[in-house]
Design a protein. Sequence first.
Length: 417
Amino acid sequence: MKETRKTRWTRAWLCAILALTLLLAACGSQTASESAGGSGGTNGSAGASEPIKIGAILSFSGNFAPLSESIKEGMELYFEQTGNKIGDRQVSIVYEDDEANPQVALRKYRQLVESEQVDLLVGPISSSVVYALRDVIEKDKIVLIDANAAANDISWDKKSDYIYRVSISNWQDGMPAAEYIAQNIGKKAYVLAPDYPAGHETIEAFEDAFKKAGGEIVKEAWPKLGNNDYATYLTDILQTKPDLVFSFLSGTDAIRFVQQYEQFGVKGKIPLTGTEEFLDPLVTEPTGQAAEGIIGATMYTSSLDNPVNQKFVEAFTQKYNKTPNYFNVQGYDSAQVIAKAIEQAGSTNADDLINVLKEIKFSSPRGELAMDPKTHNLALDMYLVKNVWKDGKIVQEVLGIAAKGLKIPETPPTPSK
């Protein structure tokens, strides 16, 4: 076919369009690559317009649901106070329910890391879950701010450069009140805790300190996690006739146990002592006068006299119309640590964050706190507290300091025989 001026012009025009299209495609590909390489989902330093994405693995169903809701409340209060920003970047939190099940947690972890491409993680509640997540976190090199799971070995043999605990360890939860209990309440203790890692680790810490103080363990009881009926155990306590009961229970387990302790007539006959869970509004408010008289050690009460706590209690009460519990504080402090670490690192890159997190210091409602670089765990003041019935409700009467600046040991302590 003979080529005319018109066909020559048309062909030139099409070639120009094709060349421009290829040039734009090449530029677009380069831009997409740069964006992916610096995005939060790949632990990079994203641009100011890109939100910081936090993946929260908590237990919103089952026994630990109240704890998870409390941690969520604390985190959301903190970010509300910062305008939902860290620096000049918006914050987005993606919540997942692990059902306190390690296998479910691993699946939800993959969703958050691979599908949601979160910058870092916060949670979980259960010691069993944090043990299950530890190896994949180490492999994927993503930071976890441990908001509650108190598993001791996360500070010992299973310590990771990528996991930093803002809550308490099971060792710190179990041992602080033991000496006071042995010296002031009785020498023969019946211990009861759920049959899972946190239960065994907490009771082991109490028993070790209690024996060193001259106490004796007369019996151990291990109900299943999520137990509804404690009749068998309460009957056994009455038959065993110990000087006292020491217990670690959490969530709805603790609520049921305190209620049934009174219903079965054990209260008033055998003193109930325990970990900080029994001294917290999450348990004392639904159980009311049944919780009166319980003694233990805790890292937080809403009555702590420091400026940060006073402002926190005021803001929390105004937002939620209730007294804050220590899980609320753990959520608040988890959010605070995330924000401070990112601000100080100038990045969401994991390697940048861990350099800051190893020695991070912050002002908490619990007081001035610092991360121990050797255990990735906080040093905490522990207060001796008694539940007292006053003005129609339980309040926490502080009896004294159980331990000042208590750190989990760098290696597992040798148990007493």
